[in-house]
Design a protein around this ligand. Structure first.
Ligand code: NI
Length: 169
């Protein structure tokens, strides 16, 4: 049984850790996927990326369904097409209490593998597209506040410090 995972909060350095491609689609990987889904649902989040739980795979999980009963797992994800732009209000499990409008592509096509190593392609728009881009950023060590203007980012971090007692680990 894999060691229990937990959601790490900014400014934990794991959030900026480089990630690597998954090459072995084994039981340990699938256990991590299950644990990440449980944590995501517990947190009532719509997505959770490996770096947020201290893992270094290129992997994230998502569920944007209204009933939160359609778990999806994206491994070695790559956006192969994107079009349009849209401002979406985003939050992040690693930034409790913080929300900001982020400009992202409106429609995307993402190529990825599922937890059994099967290659898949999905076209997404709206919340799903937004969520996938947010989570893929995490896998690349990019946080949603990095997508804001310098001034806005500074203001958000000040607000975050007020909301949460930030400790550097
Ligand atoms: Ni996030």
């Amino acid at each position: 049984m894999a060691a229990p995972l937990k959601i790490l909060q900014y400014p934990h350095k794991a959030l900026r850790e480089p990630t690597h491609q998954v090459t072995d689609f084994n039981d340990a990987l699938r256990q991590h996927v299950q644990q990440m889904l449980s944590l995501m649902y517990e947190d009532q989040a719509v997505g959770l990326a490996s770096t947020q739980v201290g893992l270094t795979y290129r992997l994230f999980v998502v569920d944007v369904s209204p009933q939160q009963n359609q778990p999806e797992c994206f491994i070695n994800p790559e956006i192969i097409e994107s079009c349009g732009t849209k401002l979406y209000e985003e939050g992040c499990a690693s930034f409790p209490g913080l929300y900001a409008k982020v400009l992202r592509a409106d429609t995307i096509t993402v190529q990825y593998y599922d937890e059994f190593g099967e290659k898949k392609t999905q076209k997404a728009n709206g919340l799903a597209a937004n969520c996938i881009q947010h989570e893929l950023d995490h896998v690349n060590g990019i946080l949603f506040i990095d997508r804001l203007s310098k001034l806005k980012k500074m203001m958000m971090l000040k607000k975050y410090e007020k909301l949460n007692r930030v400790t550097d680990e």
